[in-house]
Design a protein around this ligand. Structure first.
Ligand SMILES: [Zn+2]
Length: 343
């Protein structure tokens, strides 16, 4: 197996002390991958910034102008309450998007079997017109559009297992039947969107699937949602490539949320997605980093995804299982099956 991989020390220029989304996240991922002897097993991609023109395929001109303006400021500023922009941020965000697109290129040209993009800033909360939730440019949405435009891909499946709802990704594809967006997320939680009843509109009706789950759901509940919702919906859709919003903040040790996934639980989801990619689209799958704010979880979760993509069978769960029992998810599960005809 060949796995394309991008990580770049330049991403560290977008950082803010005492903010949970800061440079140490990637330092930890790189160190853990190195410890596992994984770095030399990848096909390494050197990130190059995406052109400004391409960003218009997803983002509004006014918002891009605003980002561009921030690069001429002397000091960092805030978008809303939680999202910082430093004078380097726009350049770094374009570098992150560029890296993701290059990984997608490697997979869709057959140079590698699959790919991993360890990039920052994350993207799934960024809407066409505004950055929010630590996100500036919507990396995964831009990757989906790039796959369609450059590689003649018609149908892209995006699976988002970050603990937060990817409101930006949902917005971008809400009326679009060519991108199936499936999100598992804690509800209630930031950003407050992603109710089960939000299913898309117009031609895109039915192509947004929101598995909004109560706090406390762990390995068992997530496995059930993947088996009973994600798999049948993906099989009906027949994607040509699978993109994953890889957020590791649904782990029980994450400081920003209250889900109970373990590292082993995450690995089960990763293996399920890789098997799905083999079944439906010649194994073409790319994991793109989103959230995850416990550094130990983040490093190990990425090492485990890498082992899975490289075809290794052994993984480490250094943190063990959650010590709480899970709530029943029968109610949201039944509602989802009913709304999306997955019975
Ligand atoms: Zn998140």
């Amino acid at each position: 197996m060949a796995t394309a991989f991008v990580i770049d020390s330049r991403f560290a220029a977008h950082t803010m002390e005492r903010h949970p989304e800061y440079a140490a996240r990637l330092t930890m991922i790189r160190a853990t991958l190195e410890q596992h002897g994984l770095l030399e097993r990848f096909t390494t991609i050197n990130a190059e910034p995406v052109s400004e023109e391409f960003l218009h395929i997803v983002h509004d001109a006014d918002y891009l102008r605003l980002l561009e303006k921030t690069s001429r400021m002397a000091s960092p500023s805030m978008l809303g309450l939680d999202t910082y922009i430093t004078p380097q941020s726009y350049e770094i965000a374009r570098l992150a998007v560029g890296g993701v697109l290059q990984v997608v290129d490697a997979v869709l040209t057959g140079e590698t079997d699959n790919g991993l993009a360890a990039i920052r800033p994350p993207g799934h909360h960024a809407t066409p017109s505004m950055g929010m939730g630590f996100c500036l440019l919507n990396n995964i949405a831009l990757a989906a559009r790039h796959a369609q435009q450059v590689h003649n891909i018609e149908r892209v499946l995006i699976v988002d297992y970050d603990v937060h709802h990817g409101n930006g990704t949902q917005d971008i594809f809400y009326d679009d039947p060519t991108v199936l967006y499936i999100s598992t997320h804690q509800s209630p939680l930031y950003p407050g969107t992603g109710a089960i009843q939000e299913t898309g509109k117009g031609a895109g009706k039915g192509f947004t699937i929101n598995a909004a789950l109560p706090p406390g759901v762990g390995d068992q509940g997530y496995a059930q949602v993947f088996a009973e919702i994600v798999l049948p919906a993906a099989r009906q859709f027949e994607p040509e490539v699978i993109l994953v919003s890889g957020g590791y903040d649904a782990h029980w040790a994450d400081p920003l949320a209250n889900m109970m996934l373990s590292l082993s639980g995450y690995t089960h989801l990763d293996r399920t997605l890789l098997a799905l990619a083999h079944e439906l689209c010649e194994g073409r799958i790319v994991f793109i980093l989103e959230g995850g704010y416990n550094l130990q979880v983040l490093g190990n979760a990425w090492a485990n995804v890498a082992h899975v993509l490289l075809g290794d069978t052994e993984i480490d769960d250094v943190l063990g299982p959650a010590d709480r029992s899970e709530p029943s998810i029968a109610q949201p599960l039944n509602k989802l099956k009913q709304i999306h005809n997955l019975t």
